[in-house]
Design a protein around this ligand. Structure first.
Ligand code: NAD
Ligand code: IPM
Ligand code: MN
Length: 357
């Protein structure tokens, strides 16, 4: 099969982890006889430095011209003081919006080899963690208008608008119920309906959509409680569906209960199922350029890419197994390293995983 993929390394550890993702993708393609066509493009700070634009037109074109997109991460202190529309993060938000990637799927699975790396008590972790956060990605407070910093009655005010339409909630809710049907048949919808009107609409629409899926159990949690329950009883969740900002926060929290942010992948999909795949973590400026980042999140994002964009389930499984085998041998990057294990660099971890596929 021919696999045409646009690669956006981005900033900080982005290029480091993407290099390892590509290494594993090449190993898989060789093993299963696929032809890789990789097209690299600029995004974020890297694009700003070269083209004074965090999302050049050429990048959007190359993404649309591909069957899938693999992204590292964007951002860093170098660009933090630029006007908002020129920040690297605007490039990422821009490509999500331009491709209409409304559903961000963030699986949170505790790998058996990483049980000890969890920050939670071992008796809680022992019950297993296997959930998926489905985060609405192209609306909510990230995109709502009006927004800005204005002068009002002689002082500055900052303003953002949390806004959802019925249709926006419906499509992401439907995807959550469809996902639950293939899993443990439970959906937890997270909102702040006790305070926010936008959350009341969210909850009403989720309840309507739920009627189409009588076999799926529906639970509602307020986001403050959800943040607590996620560490108290992570084993009890199946599919969590929530808005853009709440999903961003809860998925980082979920990241650390399974060991490290450096292990969690994601897929962002549109209605045509064109997908952008990226680790949930950022550009980690504190460890960039040292070859110590954990590439597993990106490598597992490659697995999601093969499964979701190309239907290559066997290849995706082969990558997941290669990751588990490598961890089983005791190889660890710094973020998940414990006494008695074998400390490896980012590129060595990529080498070992590529060797196991
Ligand atoms: P971050 O996710 O970059 O880092 C948070 C912490 O986790 C840091 O201590 C970092 O060292 C660690 N970490 C992250 N990924 C790791 C990995 N693969 N291996 C080992 N450790 C890892 O979040 P931040 O520090 O809040 O943000 C840094 C920059 O990244 C900011 O500019 C932010 O806007 C950007 N960011 C981008 C994305 C993205 O591109 N999707 C996501 C989050 C943050
Ligand atoms: C993420 C990041 C982004 C977000 C930022 C960098 C725009 O935190 O992908 O989780 O908030 O969506
Ligand atoms: Mn985030």
């Amino acid at each position: 099969m021919e696999l045409k993929i646009c690669v956006l390394p981005g900033d900080g550890i982005g290029p480091e982890v993407v290099r390892e993702g590509i290494k594993v993708l090449q190993a898989i393609s060789k093993k299963y006889g696929h032809k890789l066509i990789l097209e690299e493009a600029l995004i974020g700070g890297a694009a700003l430095d070269k083209e004074a634009d965090p999302l050049p037109e050429d990048t959007v074109f190359k993404c649309k011209d591909s069957q899938a997109v693999l992204l590292g991460a964007v951002g860093g202190p170098k660009w933090d003081n630029l006007p908002r529309n020129l920040r690297p993060e605007s490039g990422l938000l821009g490509i999500r919006k331009k491709l209409d990637l409304f559903a961000n799927i963030r699986p949170v699975k505790l790998l058996p080899a990483l049980q000890q790396a969890s920050v939670l008590r071992q008796d809680i972790v022992a019950k297993g963690i296997d959930l998926v956060v489905i985060r609405e990605l192209t609306s909510g407070i990230y995109f709502g208008e009006p927004k800005g910093i204005f002068e009002e009655k002689g002082e500055k005010i900052g303003l953002n608008t949390m806004r959802y339409t019925e249709k926006e909630v419906q499509r992401v809710a439907r995807l959550a119920f469809e996902t639950a049907l293939r899993r443990k048949k439970k959906v937890t919808s997270v909102d702040k309906a006790n305070v926010l009107e936008v959350s009341q609409l969210w909850r009403d629409v989720v309840c309507e959509v739920a009627k189409e899926y009588p076999e799926v159990e529906l639970e509602h949690l307020y986001v403050d409680n959800a943040a607590m329950q996620l560490v108290a009883r992570p084993y009890s969740f199946d599919v969590i569906v929530t808005s853009n900002l709440f999903g961003d926060i809860l998925s980082d929290e979920a990241g650390v209960i399974t060991g490290s942010l450096g292990t969690l992948p994601s897929a962002s999909l549109n209605e045509q199922k064109l997908g952008l795949y990226e680790p949930i973590h950022g550009s980690a400026p504190d460890i960039a350029g040292k070859d110590i980042a954990n590439p597993i999140a990106t490598i597992l994002s490659v697995a999601m890419l093969l499964e979701y964009s190309f239907g290559l389930k066997e290849e995706a499984n082969a990558i997941e197994q290669a990751v588990e085998k490598t961890l089983g041998f005791g190889y660890r990057t710094l973020d998940i390293f414990r006494e008695g294990q074998k400390k490896v660099t980012c590129s060595q971890m990529g080498d070992f995983i590529a060797m196991q596929v």
